[in-house]
Ligand binder design. Structure first.
Ligand code: FMN
Length: 202
């Protein structure tokens, strides 16, 4: 078990327990066409309200124009590391359903699709790191995203590299313990704030 593995009260599927968001990516790694299509299929087959599939994705491979345009929109802190990833995937959500009414669940659905892509990356032996730190309007302009579509996230995908290869200011974060709010403060029953009454000591 990797030290990055989630410390869960009982076992969960290894793909979920072992997924994490690294910053150190292998700058020499390239993604195969089959791996790429596998990631895209995982996202495409996500569930969505009324099967509306509000997501669209802009996909760049390191070295191509799309990658460069997405990379250039990233906040400085993300530009420190994300340029070694093999793939940058921008997720965009349609703001309206096909009948023209507002799609209130578009961000929810698109997040599900990105989540599936992230888990599939892990299943392929790759890693994914989602980012909200990018300039949405710059992305819209750079990649001709039409009105009615809202950029939501950029996900870096690639092969893991050693934490030592990161700039010093990022190294500690790469190896710090992964943490989550406790179960009892997250899952309620019989009223808000009441921990769900279940034993979770294994
Ligand atoms: C919507 C979203 C936006 C995020 N934005 C950033 C970001 O801009 N920069 C960054 O380094 N990490 C970002 N992250 C990664 C989170 O910090 C990370 O998922 C969280 O700390 C939990 O770590 P884990 O994924 O390793 O479990 C983002 C994650 C999500 C889901």
């Amino acid at each position: 078990m990797s030290p990055r593995t989630a410390d869960t009260a009982v076992a969960v599927h290894p793909l979920l327990a072992e997924r994490w968001s690294p910053r150190s990516f292998d700058a020499s790694h390239t993604i195969t066409d089959d791996e790429l299509v596998s990631l895209l299929e995982a996202a495409r087959w996500a569930p969505s309200a009324r099967n509306s599939q509000p997501w669209r994705f802009l996909v760049g491979r390191r070295g191509d124009t799309t990658y460069k345009r997405i990379f250039d929109t990233l906040m400085a802190g993300n530009r420190l590391w994300a340029g070694n990833s093999s793939l940058l995937v921008a997720a965009v959500a349609a703001e309206r359903l096909e009948d023209g009414t507002p799609h209130h669940g578009a961000a929810y659905d698109t997040g599900l699709a990105v989540s599936q892509l992230s888990v599939q990356a892990h299943a392929l032996g790759l890693h994914a790191h989602q980012m909200g730190g990018f300039d949405r309007e710059q992305l819209r302009t750079a990649l001709d995203i039409p009105d009615g579509y809202r950029p939501l996230s950029v996900t870096a995908v690639g092969a893991l590299a050693l934490a030592d290869l990161l700039p010093p200011e990022l190294r500690d974060r790469e190896t710090a313990a992964r943490e989550r709010r406790p179960l009892k403060e997250t899952f309620f029953a019989e009223g808000w704030g009441n921990p769900i009454p279940v034993r979770h000591d294994g």
